[in-house]
Design a protein around this ligand. Sequence first.
Ligand SMILES: [Zn+2]
Length: 416
Amino acid sequence: VKSLEGANNRRVKSMNRSAVLHYLRKHGKASKAEIAQATSLSFTAIKNIMGELMGCGLLDVVGYDESSGGRKPLLYKLKRDRYFSLGVHLSVSHLQIALLDLEGTPCAYDRFDMDRDALQSGEIAGRLISCIQASIGGFGLARDKLLGVGLAVPGPLDPSAGVILAPPNMKGLHEVPIKKMMQEQLGIETHVEKDANLIALGELWQGAGQGRRNVLYLDADEGIGSGIVIDGQLYYGAHYGAGELGHGTIHIDGPRCNCGNYGCLEAVASGMAILRRAGEEIRRGADASFKAQYMEDERSVTLDTVLGAALEDDPLSNQLLLESARYVGIAAANAIHLLMPETVIVGGTLTHHYPRYFDQLKEVALNRIFPSFARHIDIRKAGLGVKGGAIGAGMLVLEQVFRRSLDDWLEPQSLG
Ligand SMILES: [Zn+2]
C-alpha cells in the first residue's frame, strides 16, 4: 500500500508540475498567485513546484506584477533557451526540421529535398538520420540541450512501438523500427507519430485549433491524410489506424492507388494525382504553360511547377487543382457527417500555395452537409502553414517531457 501511495503522489506531483509548465508555456510570464488560480492548485503547491523549477534553472524572474496592495508579486517566465526540442516532418517531397525552444517557439528551420526513388529504397532511413545530424550540427546545438526528437511520417504506423508499417508512397520505410534506429544512431530520445496527427496537434496547440475540443484536420498535399481530435485528444481507433481518409474510395472505377486499391481519394485528388493527370492531359494534346518543359524532361515537372502555373492562370493547372478541391470537399462532407466536429482545419501544400483551393473545398463541403449543420460548422485554413508538421512534432516532445519527473529531464536519457 505504501509504495502504491508513493507512486500515486509522484504521479499527482508530476501532473501538477506539467500543468504549471503548460501554463507558463502558453501565457509567457505569470505570478505564482495567477498560476495557482488558473490551475486550481494551492499557493503552497505552486510555491514548491516553482522552487523546484527554479532550482533546475528552468525559470527566469522577469519583473513585478501589478499589486493590489502590499508587496508586488514577482513574475516568472520559462527560461526558453535552457532546453530545445527538434521536430522532423518527412513527406514525399521534403524533409522539414524545426528547432523549438522550451516555450514551443520555432527558432531555427531546415528543409531538404527528398528524392522519390530514395523513398522506395532501404537507404531512406539512413538519409533521414544523416539530415537530422546535419541540422543539429548546423543549428550549433549541444546534445545535452536537446530534450528529444519528434518525427512526423505518413501512416500507417505504430507510435507506441515506434515502427513505421506500410506507407503506400514510401516503400523504403515499410516495417522499419525507426524510433529504435534514431535513438541508437542519434543518441536522443525519439517519438514517432503519424504526420496528419501531428499537424492536427500542432494546430490545436499553436494554430487555427486553439481552444477547440473536436477538430478534424484535413491534409491536402502530395498525399491526402487526416487527423481526428475528439474531446481534446487524438482519436487513434484500433491498431492506431483511424484517420486514413485518403484511402477511402471516392470513385468506384477510379485509377489504382499506391496502396493497391482503386479509386481512393488519394489516387484521384492528391498532389501526386494532379501531377499524373497533368501528364496524361499533356500527352493527350492539352496545353499547359509547362508543356515544353514536360516534353523535354517529364521528371523535372513537380507539384510546385503545377502550383506556380496555376497562380499564373494556366487553365489546365487551375482545372486540375479545383477538381481536386471538389473531391476533397466531398470527402470532408462525408467525414463531417460521420464525426460532426466543431471545426474542420484544412492544410497541406495545395491549400497553402493556391488560395482558391480552400475556397472551393469549403464551398463544396458546406453544400453537401445538412444546412442546419452547415450554418454552425467552422471550416478554416491551417494557421501554421507548411511548417505545421515539424512544429507539431517538436511540440509532441515538449508535451511528453513536461509530464515527466524533473530528474528524468536532467539525467541522460536511458534509451532502448
Ligand atoms: Zn489508397
